[in-house]
Design a protein around this ligand. Sequence first.
Ligand code: NAD
Ligand code: UFG
Length: 332
Amino acid sequence: MNVLLTGGLGYIGSHTAAALVAAGHTPILLDNLANADLGVHDRLAVVGGVELPFVCADVRDTDTVARTLIEHRVEAVVHFAGLKAVAESVHMPLAYFDANVGGTLSLLRAMDSAGVRQLVFSSSAAVYGTPRYLPVDEAHPTEAITPYSRTKLHIEEILADLAAAGEWRMVVLRYFNPVGAHPSGLLGERPQGTPNNLMPFVAQVAAGEHPCVEIFGDDYDTPDGTGIRDYIHVMDLAEGHLAALQRLFAAAPALETFNLGTGRGYSVREMIAAFAAASGQDIPSRVAPRRGRDVASCYADPSRAAAVLGWRAKRGLAEMCESAWRFQTRKP
Ligand code: NAD
Ligand code: UFG
């Protein structure tokens, strides 16, 4: 399969590229480098043993995307490109609607004109808002708590209308909390500036780059009072995209939605302890006020992906932390 990965040099895109190469497919990477660097392209060549086609472009450049689809005989697209910092979206909603909704519309127009109508879309567990029951299945009501999650919901609605109009085959993947890195230590998550997310920050504290982890609230209604999330190894997530792509080429409905999570939640304190054990480092922490708009607990019911895609997360918490630590210390 020739598969275009928009945002292919990003965290999840690069791991998916590695998984596609390992399975014998050809990913074509398109990225505007807003949150990635070209070194990822070089390291992907080392990991996969092959230099992948790379187009430096913005998904909002419809003509370039359409030309790329035709030139590389693309059969399906995985759309990762977009902005993802939840707190930032509250202050910069226009940038988020432009990049995420505008970017998706541009991509869809390019795909339509090139006659490529098979898409896997990166959505988020953020679309569930505050969980009304746990674990969260795909039928759980959706709710936009932030502009970021609203962009994902708008896009999901656009895809539903497109599916109803015919010709398109699409899979929406709602990711829970991806963590960890490629086993080589060559690919991983390297956010620009101070990380917003828990695990990249914990890794940097373990490496001595910050004095301590701030635990955002220890008075939630959870066993140890700290927030619970469904952390999933990024390689498991990457393999979920392979399963979704295979599904597109089967006799599948026009649009299907799947949770990609493990089904198991861990608290902030449990994550810090697991990372300390995996890295052998002391990880100081202190309790800080709650972060606005955080939910107490969110974890997936992943049974639909298991039943329909034949996909399940296989890697455990130790492997998530060990691989993230390898990437952190190797600093490729
Ligand atoms: P990332 O920032 O590492 O990757 C996104 C990539 O897209 C980056 O390489 C960036 O340079 C590129 N990009 C951004 N805007 C672009 C544009 N307009 N044109 C072309 N390229 C552009 O993020 P990620 O963690 O790999 O996330 C990928 C997708 O998964 C995003 O859509 C994100 O919203 C979604 N998602 C991520 C998480 C998470 O916790 N990482 C959770 C749920 C959903
Ligand atoms: N947390 C801390 N200290 C930190 C950072 C986070 O205590 O320094 C806590 C949060 O309060 C939360 C948990 O760690 O309880 C996880 O927080 P993250 O920021 O790592 O992840 P979120 O669940 O808030 O959000 C992430 C992505 C979203 C995505 C969502 C899907 O940032 O884009 O997972 O579940 F939508």
